[in-house]
Design a protein around this ligand. Structure first.
Ligand SMILES: Nc1nc2c(ncn2[C@@H]2O[C@H](COP(=O)(O)OP(=O)(O)O)[C@@H](O)[C@H]2O)c(=O)[nH]1
Ligand SMILES: [Mg+2]
Length: 362
């Protein structure tokens, strides 16, 4: 699949750029108030994958190739953007991401005045979320107006599809008026409806990981009871500083600040969960490699991720669970003999951590 793209959003001075630095190892200046202007920074980095590191140790090939993720620090969002105040480029940047990291300020810092007078994570979360709901509501209303205008113009053959689309958008409208994101109603959509909505890039359909930016280990309580939504706390300032250190030093400091797992690892793992993604591996003489795949995808889709030829000439997939391969010290002869390596057909649903060798002819 294409590289996963996560958009870092939040109110001004919530710590977006600090989070971006912590996740990517960049060293962008923070505390820059864009003055309501759009400012976007991007970085593509490896997805931390300890299981790939294990495979690399086992085979010691020349290359170790991680899956990648692009983080996009999207500045310039604030109260009032929902009512059509969103500039075209900003709207585009938001539409292009697969999911959001919504940074919410939970840190006290007298040097950084809070835009709304006090530190209040729940309020701040509600502000941008509300803007996104409003933006979606307006888009839905526009579409409904359009559909109403078209009502008398469309040929009879297209009438049923028109009626279904009106029904869908009326449902979306009613739901948005309850002030809940569209993804909360996701299981109710038919394939046709999902397709109809695709072009709109609705904000509230995208998964959201709320990143509570704190100054201390442990998270203040914050509820975000939505589908494909979760909350994770992060000491962004400290993590950004640690991200500048060499690995040994970094581990030392993490210990001191009670940080068990680097934020980059934790946040990406949670993001993958929210996005419904997981990993499979390939191993060869030359390289070991991690690939990103949607949960539920099949062997032939996995093959296609690597190369269209793999999918076109697909014969079989030879599949070994990562832990079984590791238990056999990487010896496929052993996993084959013990039946841990299986030959699977094109419709096999790939599991997280499968090590796959594709048989194909072209
Ligand atoms: N004390 C403290 N300050 C922070 C933290 N995160 C960010 N800041 C400070 O808050 C200011 C705004 O951060 P920045 O990342 O630029 O926010 P942005 O406007 O959302 O990109 C900067 O001066 C940061 O140094 C944090 O976790 N703790
Ligand atoms: Mg910034």
């Amino acid at each position: 699949m294409k590289i996963v793209r996560l958009g870092i959003i939040g109110l001004p001075s919530s710590g977006k750029t600090t989070v971006f630095n912590a996740l990517t190892g960049a060293n962008l200046p923070t505390g820059q108030m864009a003055g309501g202007l759009m400012e976007i920074h991007e970085a593509t980095v490896n997805v931390p994958e300890p299981r790939l590191d294990v495979l690399h140790k086992l085979y010691n090939p020349r290359k170790k190739v991680y899956a990648q993720v692009t983080y996009s620090d999207i500045g310039g969002l604030d109260k009032g953007i929902g009512e059509g105040g969103l500039s075209g480029p900003l709207r585009n940047a938001l539409a292009q991401v697969d999911g959001f990291l919504h940074v919410v300020r939970a840190f006290e810092n007298p040097n950084v005045p809070h835009l709304y007078g006090s530190v209040d994570p729940a309020r701040d979360l509600g502000i941008l979320d509300g803007e996104f709901l409003l933006g979606d509501l307006i888009a839905v209303e526009r579409r409904l107006e359009r559909l109403e205008q078209d009502k008398h113009k469309i040929p009879p053959a297209e009438k049923p599809a028109h009626t279904r689309e009106v029904a869908l958008f009326e449902r979306l409208h009613a739901h948005l008026e309850t002030e809940r994101p569209l993804r909360d109603m996701e299981q109710d959509f038919t394939d046709e409806e999902t397709k109809l909505m695709r072009g709109y890039g609705f904000f509230s359909l995208k998964p959201v990981l709320v990143v509570l930016n704190t100054d201390a280990p442990g998270a203040p309580e914050l509820h975000y009871p939505h589908k494909r939504g979760a909350v994770a706390a992060m000491q962004a300032q400290i993590e950004a500083e640690i991200a500048q250190l060499d690995p040994d030093e970094a581990a030392l400091f993490r210990g001191e600040y009670g940080i068990e797992t680097p934020a980059a690892d934790r946040i990406i793992r949670l993001s993958y969960q929210l996005l419904g993604l997981h990993a499979f591996f390939t191993v060869g003489d030359d390289e070991v490699r991690a690939w990103t795949l949607p949960v539920g995808a099949t062997a032939i889709e996995a093959a296609g991720t690597i190369h269209t030829d793999f999918a076109r000439g697909f014969i079989r997939a030879s599949v070994t669970p990562h832990e079984d391969l590791v238990a056999a010290a990487g010896k496929f002869a052993e996993t084959r003999a013990s039946g841990k390596t299986r030959l699977e057909g094109r419709d096999y649903v790939v599991r997280d951590g499968d090590v796959i060798e594709f048989r194909f002819n072209v």
